[in-house]
Design a protein around this ligand. Structure first.
Ligand code: ADP
Length: 926
């Protein structure tokens, strides 16, 4: 029965010596069943199982039965075959245990299966370790434990090729420092060996190594060892070492398992190494990225963001890269508006990053406007595709350079340049304000208001709000509540001359408002911040300009203040120009009016230079405008310094002109009486000159006439009165000749009286246009002779009167009475003004188509300067009668008027010292 069993049946004595072996010893193990009888069973048991086996035999010998132990028995060909063995005691004749009976069943298949499970388990554990390990060292450490457990080796080590291709111990168990030092660097394979194979050394004493190495191994107590290559992608990366302290037959399965673990480990090592390198470089990159201002975004092919630095996050309005990466991408996109350089919406697929994912490298300016705040950031964005092994785009790397500040600066410069341009284009206040509003709203501010002084009162002259409806509201509000409250920023700006930044208008509403209603209105308008810039030019503050922000525009900050100040400066200049132009315009009209003003108007600037010289001034001073303008006033007006001292100037323009002062001024040698008034203005003084010389002379003449005429009348009247009284007297007896003499006096003085009265009559008739002239053909010589004859009788003894005329003198066209009167006047004067005697000669001649009457005397003469004036009414050279010659000053006036009415002319020649020549020309009668 035993012989037929497939199971291995063995009977042993109490110490394990085989006493019977079934035929299965031959069929299963290849031993001759009879030959094994007498051998200790332990000779066939695997060393590892020996201990358990002998313990089991001992227990059975003591009477126990042992159900199942697994042990490996050596086959004749050296293989180890696993058996499940049941052992029971066999009693002897006396009931004591005489033998040990063991049946064993071949469980190789089952054991192999179990082995596989262990391998898989080991692999699992390695895989798990690989997954868990955060560093290569940790991984190696973990895997070496697994390896020891899975293979049952006594010791183990992992070595990796370093950068110099030298095998270095990276993890080990049970190896001395000395051993490691002695064997490090040794490798059975060349570093570049293709497909390296495990090297198994069952007996270390026979290992194919040099003596030194052999000694090191021996000293370490290593009996067997195996070299398992770590290979990754055909490349040797290191080795596994397995050691047994006893001689060990290296089985296929353990080598295979070691090899599998090695493979795992190799790739894990490579991966971990690569990952570590990546992490290291990434950490470095991170550090760089954190420090660089540029934003960096790495996008995966599907568009997801795999990396972003803080710089990139900031551009999009996040604090940190972590915040950015944690955010929902769609939500992120909705947070801002993407615009191109010109402010037009930019399609997302036009962004360089998206284009890079399509394989295009590109760069462009992108504006990100954060919708919530309205803040806008300008970026220069550049993106490049990164290709993978397969040639397709794996990543897009986008580099974002924030150019907001530079752009803002450039933008400001551009803005101010445009502002200057626009402001310079206009010279009218309205269009200047319009230009200002155009440039400032909305590019710089949400609204702008301009307040200018008008007669000392601040008035809103213009406003513009980004919302046209509010423009009206703003202007109405400004009119109702002018910025006159002392704490109003406009007042502060005007007082200090400094621009005022109000970061939070709403917070200051109370302090700048007139009343509660005003506060409400300020809240309603909803301005967030404001800047007030005083408008000053040429040292004069003429108003203030107010800029304000309205949401969503961001409130003003310090840099905006600079822009506002600059803009204010330019606006001031433009407004000043416009105001000046308006003044100049007004002045131009005034200047035009001055052309027609008879008074001389002269504008002298603060440097004493003549800036305005109207035709009146040219007449008064007999200096043309071209000669006066731009020259020092003292060069133009003689004796200016003395004169100006005597002119009282009005204290200020508003006080009006000073009370005019009439002063004698020497004009080109002749004295003119000028009434002068002066008004100061910011750049100098305006003088008005009015020539009163004529009026003054007429006044003078009138008073002179009164005294002259009264004297002239009194003299003949006194003579007549005296003569008449004498003739009347009874007590005086008069000779006939005396009576005749007295009567002559009466008649001649009456005659003289009549002449005087006549002259006055004639003059008044001439003045009133009642003097008729009847021109006829007259005999000039005959008339002249009659006059001389009549006057000769009256002439004093010292004066000799003659008259000469050519024989064939043509008749003259004249009114004979009037001509007689003219000649009488002239001859009478000639006699009169020759107090020292001399000849008076009247000579007639033909001069062209005219008859010329020339009256020469040798008398007092007439100074050339006065020669034109003697023909004026009442004018007398010697009104005070110093030479005792009387007259009314009417004779020559009457003569000139009559000659002119008879279409003739009259003039005088005299050197002013001795003698005069009066000439009258009248047309020849046709
Ligand atoms: P009157 O009645 O004073 O003579 P006229 O009109 O005849 O007035 O003359 C004006 C002035 O002209 C005179 O007062 C005198 O001073 C001056 N005059 C006129 N004729 C002569 C002359 N022949 N010689 C000098 N002076 C003269």
């Amino acid at each position: 029965m035993l012989d037929r069993s497939h199971d291995l049946i063995t009977v042993m004595d109490r110490v394990g010596t085989i006493v019977y072996a079934s035929p299965a010893w031959g069929s299963l193990l290849g031993w001759d069943p009879d030959a094994v009888v007498g051998s200790p069973v332990l000779d066939f048991v695997h060393p590892d199982d020996a201990e358990g086996t002998s313990a089991a035999i001992g227990r059975v010998a003591a009477g126990d039965s042992i159900d199942a132990i697994t042990l490996r028995l050596r086959a004749n060909d050296g293989r180890w075959i696993s058996f499940d063995s049941t052992t029971t005691p066999l009693p002897g004749s006396h009931g004591e245990v005489a033998y040990v009976f063991a049946t064993a069943r071949d469980v190789t298949e089952r054991e192999e299966l179990r082995e596989r499970v262990r391998e898989v388990d080991a692999l699992y554990r390695v895989a798990d370790a690989v997954g868990r390990a955060t560093s290569l060292n940790e991984l190696l450490d973990e895997s070496i434990d697994t390896l020891l457990e899975a293979t049952g080796a006594d010791r183990a080590a992992v070595l990796l090729l370093d950068d110099d291709n030298v095998m270095r111990f990276r993890a080990w168990r049970g190896l001395s420092d000395e051993y490691r030092a002695g064997t490090e660097g040794h490798s059975p394979w060349a570093p570049d060996e293709v497909d390296p194979q495990p090297v198994l050394v069952g007996d270390a004493s026979h290992a194919d190594v040099d003596e030194r190495l052999g000694n090191v191994i021996r000293r370490e107590g290593i009996a067997s060892l195996a070299f398992i290559p770590l290979v990754h992608g055909d490349r040797l990366v290191g080795k596994f070492m397995l050691y047994h302290d006893e001689l060990h037959e290296w089985g296929d399965s353990e080598v295979r398992l070691a090899g599998t673990i090695a493979n795992h480990l190799a790739s894990a090592a490579i991966r971990t190494k690569a990952r570590a390198a990546l992490r290291d470089s990434r950490e470095l990159l991170e550090m760089i990225m954190r420090t660089v201002d540029e934003g960096v975004i790495v996008q995966a092919a599907e568009g997801g963001i795999v990396y972003a630095n803080d710089g990139a996050a900031r551009v999009i309005g996040f604090e940190t890269a972590a915040d950015f990466l944690a955010a929902d991408p769609r939500e992120v996109l909705n947070r801002f508006e993407i615009l191109d350089e010109d402010g037009n919406p930019l399609a997302a697929d036009q962004l360089p990053g998206r284009r890079a994912l399509r394989g295009e490298s590109s760069e462009r300016v992108v504006r990100y406007r954060v919708l919530e705040t309205g803040a806008e950031r300008w970026s220069f964005v550049r993106a490049n595709p990164v290709y993978g092994d397969t040639g397709s785009v794996e990543f897009a790397i986008t580099v974002i350079h924030d150019i907001t500040t530079t752009r803002a600066r450039a933008e400001r410069v551009r803005f101010l340049a445009r502002a200057s341009e626009l402001l310079n284009e206009t010279l009218e206040i309205e269009s200047t304000l319009g230009a200002l509003a155009d440039v400032a709203v909305p590019a710089f501010a949400g609204h702008v208001t301009v307040d200018l002084y008008d007669d000392g009162v601040l008035r809103c002259v213009g406003a513009r709000h980004v919302d046209p409806v509010k423009t009206e509201l703003m202007i109405r509000l400004r009119r109702k509540y002018p910025p006159t409250v002392p704490e109003h920023p406009v007042q502060r700006a005007l007082r200090s001359g400094e621009a005022q930044l109000v970061p939070d208008v709403q917070a200051e509403a109370e302090s700048m408002a007139h009343d509660e209603e005003h506060v409400q209105a300020i809240h309603e308008l909803g301005n967030t911040s404001g800047i007030v810039v005083p408008l000053t030019a040429r040292g004069r503050t003429f108003g203030a300009i107010t800029f304000g922000t309205v949401p969503p525009q961001l409130p003003f900050t310090e840099p905006d203040l600079e822009v506002a100040v600059e803009l204010g400066r330019r606006a001031s200049a433009a407004l000043d120009n416009a105001l000046l132009y308006r003044e100049v315009g007004a002045r131009a009209h005034a200047a035009k009016a001055l052309e027609f003003v008879l008074d001389g108007v002269v504008l002298v600037d603060s440097d004493g230079i003549v800036r305005l010289w109207n035709p009146g001034a040219a007449r008064v001073f007999r200096v043309k405008a071209q000669k006066a303008l731009g020259r020092p006033v003292e060069d133009v007006i003689a004796d200016w310094n003395t004169l100006s001292e005597r002119i009282t100037t009005a204290p200020d323009p508003t006080a009006g002109a000073s009370r005019p002062e009439t002063l004698p001024v020497d004009v080109k040698g002749s004295e003119r009486w000028l009434s002068i008034s002066a008004v100061p203005f910011p750049g100098g003084t305006v003088y008005a000159f009015c020539d009163h010389t004529e009026e003054r002379a007429v006044d003078q003449l009138k008073s002179d006439f009164v005294s002259t005429v009264s004297h002239e009348l009194r003299t003949p009247l006194a003579a007549i009165y005296g003569a008449a009284l004498t003739l009347q007297r009874d007590d005086v007896r008069l000779e006939e000749s005396q009576r005749t003499g007295l009567l002559d006096v009466i008649s001649s003085e009456a005659d003289r009286l009549a002449r005087i009265v006549n002259q006055i009559l004639w003059a008044s008739r001439l003045d009133s246009g009642q003097m008729g002239v009847a021109i006829e053909s007259c005999d000039a010589a005959k008339l002249a002779h009659q006059v001389v004859h009549a006057l000769r009788a009256l002439a004093p003894a010292g004066v000799e009167l003659t008259c000469e005329a050519p024989d064939a003198l043509p008749p003259v066209a004249a009114d004979p009475d009037k001509l007689r009167q003219v000649l009488t006047n002239l001859v009478d004067n000639a006699v009169k003004y020759s107090p020292d005697g001399g000849s008076v000669r009247i000579s007639l001649s033909l001069s062209g188509s005219r008859i010329r009457f020339r009256i020469d005397d040798q008398g007092l003469g007439i100074p050339p300067a006065e020669q034109s004036r003697i023909f004026e009414k009442f004018f007398r050279l010697d009104p005070n009668l110093t030479r005792g010659v009387g007259g009314t000053g009417l004779g020559l006036y009457i003569s000139r008027e009559l000659v002119l009415r008879m279409h003739g002319r009259i003039w005088v020649l005299s050197d002013g010292r001795r003698g005069s020549t009066f000439t009258v020309e009248l047309p020849v009668a046709s």
